[in-house]
Design a protein around this ligand. Structure first.
Ligand SMILES: N[C@@H](CCC(=O)N[C@@H](CS)C(=O)NCC(=O)O)C(=O)O
Length: 205
């Protein structure tokens, strides 16, 4: 059986939602950041990690999501089609991994981005992170305008992938998602999904 290692409300929420959508039995184990035992699972210390139950552990949210989508084609979460359609999925998956998600890192852990420890300096880093996250969400908003799902006319693993960051933005950005109506609509569509609600309840997030 697959086991997902997650932290409540973290980016691992995306893989947790994908597993719930797939609907096959899986285990979900909550971990604390910095837990020494967890370093044996993922030496980087980050969530998510997926144990396939056969001695293989996969890390990196995007890789896990694409793996789950391909492993369970009946769930319809993969973006498969022409070279262009698959490249579009890659484009957005890599954008979330490399641009959108990291924009939040200094907001959560400002001490990694400055050697200063004064509150004012750390708040400055947080403010810069918020500004960066808003710039990235402006791009997502333009993409999502007029769309219900992240790509094509049905849900895919990308809908799950962007959702944790949408939640962070809603909670942590000064104006929430109010300046990004298409992102807010996507967030609300996801939040209304019964599987998403079950995962959020299970995580206590
Ligand atoms: N590139 C990794 C980043 C994973 C990541 O940074 N996860 C965060 C939670 S959203 C984490 O575990 N942070 C703890 C840490 O960096 O110590 C991925 O996409 O899986």
């Amino acid at each position: 059986m697959l086991t997902l290692y997650y932290h409540p409300g973290a980016c691992s929420l995306a893989a947790h939602i994908a597993l719930e959508w797939i609907g096959e039995p899986y285990a979900a184990r909550e971990v604390e950041f910095g837990d020494k035992e967890y370093l044996k699972i993922n030496p980087a210390g980050a969530v998510p990690a997926l144990d396939d139950g056969e001695g293989w552990i996969l890390t990196q949210d995007a890789a896990i999501l694409r793996y789950l989508a391909k492993r369970h084609p009946q769930a319809g979460l993969a973006v498969a089609g022409s070279a262009r359609e698959e490249a579009e999925a890659d484009r957005w998956s890599f954008f979330i991994t490399g641009d959108l998600h990291p924009a939040f890192f200094p907001l959560f852990l400002p001490n990694r981005y400055t050697r200063a420890r004064e509150k004012e300096a750390l708040d400055d880093v947080r403010a810069a992170a918020k500004a960066l996250a808003r710039r990235k969400f402006a791009l997502v908003d333009a993409h999502l305008a007029g769309r219900r799902f992240f790509l094509s006319d049905r849900r895919s693993y990308l809908d799950a992938y962007v959702f944790p960051m949408e939640r962070w933005a809603q909670t942590l950005l000064d104006d929430g998602l109010s300046e990004f109506p298409a992102v807010r609509a996507h967030h609300d569509m996801m939040a209304a999904d019964s599987a998403v609600q079950a995962v959020l309840a299970a995580e206590g997030a």
